[in-house]
Design a protein around this ligand. Structure first.
Ligand SMILES: Cc1ncc(COP(=O)(O)O)c(C=O)c1O
Length: 400
């Protein structure tokens, strides 16, 4: 089914055609010039010294956590404190790295992990076995990274900032991705920077940079930017090609030139994309304000970048999310339920259910009653009206 208003949309602009054409002309499809240029441009956009391209945001998470595990002295630490309300990639990456996720509840209005609860967990349990805090700027709402950094610094804990839903956001005076030892992002098509399937890790740390370059390329010996591009010009080349000597256990998380070229094209437009998303967000809020009695609309928060337009059907309205979403879908508006609360509502994490039941009330309410509609740069005023008109009709029919 095709929708009039999609959750995410990518238009093939002349710029994207040009970017792909450039790669075709070059004849080089695996990581090369475009990827190197992307890494420089991404580092500059975020304001970190380095960026390392990956083939997805999930790979970026796994590479970031694996790099932390490989840093000397961190190994005995096994816990990663994160949010229960996010896409599964965060908890999956933690588990796949052999680490133990610790979930603390979220703010019911802005959906982000509560920093006071992170502090409370660490005060109660001690921070000695905590490797990292992994906050997610869910729906583009900035998490209080200053507070997280203070907590982390007090206990020698690393911070991995997930900006997959918040690229271009201003997070307490810095660009999203500039906090923490490492940050990750995803350039999946529905995100702010859209490249298809691609991710990135940003860092200022030389040791982590070297590890990330190794981990993404099966642990190859050389950590230089050139070597992972197989250009044959590696400065560390000795008797045996360093691409075939391995120092750490790694993955193949390399990306390709097409996606890097498309990501560059999008990154160059990020200010415009963010401005257009914010305009659409304001238009929705104005058009839907009459429904605030039964719908919790998302607040305006300084620095936020709309990932989508998240709406929570107020539980006391007794209206089901399904019925609202069915009405919108029938009118051609794509909807998506909010993520299920990972430890209590996800089969793949059922092993945590009994430990967390009743302990994550805000995440569970948002999970059960929240949904998203698209708020990207291609949503028009007519699309906003379509959503508004459909909800007007639904309310007339359903609310006495
Ligand atoms: C918050 C968050 N982190 C990580 C990811 C994983 O990114 P990818 O789909 O590129 O693997 C996503 C994907 O939607 C996400 O929303």
């Amino acid at each position: 089914m095709s929708y009039a208003v999609q959750i995410g949309d990518l238009r093939v602009t002349p710029g994207i055609r040009g970017a792909v054409g450039r790669v075709l002309e070059s004849g080089r499809f695996t990581e090369g010039r475009e990827t190197a240029a992307f890494e420089r441009e991404r580092a500059a956009q975020v304001g970190t010294r380095y960026a390392v391209a990956m083939n997805s945001g999930t790979s970026a998470l796994i590479a970031a956590l694996t790099a932390l595990k490989y840093v000397d002295g961190r190994t005995p630490r096994r816990k990663v404190i994160t949010t229960p309300l996010t896409y599964a990639a965060d908890a999956n990456a933690i588990s796949l790295c052999g680490l133990d996720p610790v979930f603390v509840d979220v703010d019911p209005i802005t959906f982000g992990i509560r920093t006071d609860l992170i502090g409370r967990y660490i005060e109660r349990n001690g921070g000695e076995d905590v490797l990292a805090i992994l906050p997610v700027h869910l729906m583009g709402y900035p998490i209080d990274m200053k507070r997280i950094q203070v907590i982390a610094d007090g206990y020698g804990i690393d911070v991995v900032e997930d900006t997959a839903q918040a690229d271009g956001a201003d997070v307490y005076g810095r660009t999203a991705g500039a906090w923490g030892n490492l940050s990750i992002s995803s350039f999946f098509v529905a995100h702010v920077v859209q490249a298809g399937e691609m991710g990135v890790v940003n860092t200022d740390d030389d040791e982590l940079l070297g590890l990330l370059r190794q981990i993404k390329a099966n642990g190859r010996a050389c950590k230089c930017a050139v070597c992972t591009r197989a250009s044959g010009a590696c400065p560390g080349r000795g008797d045996v090609d360093p691409r075939f000597r391995h120092e750490v256990v790694g993955y193949n998380f390399k990306t390709d030139e097409w996606t890097s070229a498309i990501a560059r094209e999008q990154l160059a437009q990020i200010d415009d994309i963010v401005a257009r998303r914010r305009r659409t967000f304001d238009a929705y809020s104005k058009r839907l304000e009459a429904h605030e009695g039964w719908l919790q609309l998302p607040p305006v928060v300084k620095g936020a970048v709309p990932f989508a337009y998240p709406i929570v059907v107020r539980p006391d309205s007794l209206l089901s999310r399904r019925s609202v979403c069915d009405a919108l879908e029938s009118a051609g508006v794509e909807t998506r339920p909010m993520y299920p609360c990972i430890p209590t509502m996800t089969k793949s994490f059922a092993r945590f259910r009994s430990a967390y039941e009743g302990k994550l009330p805000a995440a569970e309410v948002v999970s059960a009653h929240g949904f998203l509609v698209g708020c990207h740069q291609f949503v028009t005023d007519a699309d906003v009206d379509l959503v508004g008109d459909t909800l007007d009709r639904f309310a007339e029919r359903m609310i006495p």
